[in-house]
Design a protein around this ligand. Sequence first.
Ligand code: F6P
Length: 323
Amino acid sequence: MIKKIGLLTSGGDSPGMNACIRAVVRTAVHYNIETVGFIRGFEGLIDNDFVKLGRESVSGIIHRGGTTLKTARSERFLTDKGLGMAVDTLFKHEMEGLVIIGGDGSFRGAIEMSKLIKIPIVGCPGTIDNDLVGTDFTIGYDTAINTVVEAIDKIRDTAESHDRIFVVEVMGRDAGLIALRSAIASGAEALLVPELKHDSENLIEKIKTWRSTKSSKIIVVAEGDESGGAFKVAEIIKKHCPEFDLRVSVLGHIQRGGNPTCMERVNASIIGFNAVKAIMKGHSNEMIGIINKKVSFTPFEKAVKHHQALNSDLVELIEILGS
Ligand code: F6P
């Protein structure tokens, strides 16, 4: 019987993390398990900065973006000293399990900890990037793409009034999944993502065909695209097609905030609930996800080794519908 578990959020925050925190805590309460929340992810583990969490402490948070446990990209945890201190904290609390809500970097941390302490550690995929294998949607992705679509819709209004081209940069250092779905949903005319080879000649050829049409055009660029981002793309376009009226819009961190969508809250609740159940069943070093509406378990080793690939059907879709 598990009596006490730890909980933390780590890496970039994402909408829906609070819904997941709430689900973990309330499921634990239901099974008479105590939950200790560590503040600022691995930083809180290193410093033993914690808060005891009960049913009431997670009320009124399901609809809020960000993470009430706070988060960090901990540099100290990457050192042997930091890792050792974090593990010591778990021993000090006589922790019998740990739930980590975060992305691949956080799961790499979990793998390192599990070499030093033998308690069940499970992960909940929390990142707006959706780049983890083992789940159809990470916590935060659905809200982020809806935020992007809402922003591009607004950009479209002004672009249409002025017959302008807009190069819109969205988040995704290594992954173009935010760019791909939001480009389809906003009716974008072109897409540049890290997974697809950057071909500026092709892009320029395409833009030249736009000369005959007087209307707005949207090019969605993922920040990690090999072009170097929206401003670089704009430079190339200005050089080869100076007659176009062109503007750049970098959406930035608005993509990480905001109230989670309904789908996000439900998925995050399912994942948090199953994280506690998984610990009770003795699962360890696994990420909880949802694939085809079913709960799935993916070893951390696999989740950190592979990135979710772009769906080639969706790539074809944007190429045909956006042309
Ligand atoms: O968490 C994922 C992410 O939002 C990426 O899309 C982005 O590249 C990165 O985090 C930005 O991180 P930070 O807020 O630490 O600069």
